[in-house]
Write a protein that binds this ligand. Structure first.
Ligand SMILES: Cc1cn([C@H]2C[C@H](O)[C@@H](COP(=O)(O)OP(=O)(O)OP(=O)(O)O)O2)c(=O)[nH]c1=O
Length: 189
């Protein structure tokens, strides 16, 4: 049985992979999450996902390791996690009443292969009043999430529609990940 590791500290990613009833461990390592701003968003999330997976693989070189990274992109600006309430407000205000893209990169590093891909999902937000934005920030939910919202939580109230994989917005495009894992040589139970 091959050893599977999710290289992530995100409780959401763990939960999404658990839904598949696969046996895996969780391990994360601090990687530098800075990126070259001239890169396209798909390349950024692939690079960061690969960095996360490779760092854990280096410590467990006989394992199958999955790393992932999510960013929100609005008008060419790449939004990560907000560092303050003010930044969360600016992010949510920019997303209000418009469409943005969520990019999630996934990298699978194994003793024989490296497979890295990304998924893009379009998300449409309702028009939000400043009061609605402030009260959402007051819930504390935005702070550990790219773009300052969580579609799976109270942030679901902000979302009018999506086009693409819901699970990718939450942080891991599970169905594509499993297909790529199989291609990488992982035997599903
Ligand atoms: C847009 C959006 C993002 N997110 C989360 C997914 C990611 O956890 C987070 C983006 O930060 P990431 O840097 O991708 O991940 P992370 O730091 O949480 O975890 P790790 O690097 O250890 O794997 O934003 C949601 O939970 N819901 C959403 O709707």
């Amino acid at each position: 049985m091959q050893n599977l590791i999710l290289a992530s500290s995100s409780p959401r990613r763990k939960e999404l992979l658990e839904n598949l009833h696969l046996q895996f461990e969780v391990s994360s390592s601090d990687v530098d999450e800075s990126f070259d701003p001239v890169l396209k968003p798909g390349e950024i999330v692939k690079e960061l996902a690969h960095r996360k997976a490779q760092a854990v693989f280096n410590k467990h070189p006989d394992s199958y390791v999955i790393g992932s990274d999510t960013v929100v992109v609005k008008d060419g600006n790449v939004l990560g996690k907000p560092g303050s309430s003010k930044e969360a407000f600016t992010m949510l205000k920019s997303l209000s009443g418009t469409t943005h893209s969520v990019y999630t990169g996934v990298s699978i590093v194994t003793p024989e292969n490296v497979i890295t891909f990304y998924e893009k999902t379009e998300v449409v937000f309702w028009e939000l009043t400043d009061e609605e934005i402030d009260s959402y920030i007051g819930t504390g939910e935005p702070f550990d999430k790219a773009g300052a919202y969580g579609i799976q939580g109270i942030g679901s109230m902000l979302v009018k529609s999506i086009n693409g994989d819901y699970f990718s917005v939450v942080g891991l495009p599970v169905s594509r990940t499993v297909r790529e894992l199989k291609k990488a040589g992982y035997s599903l139970p």
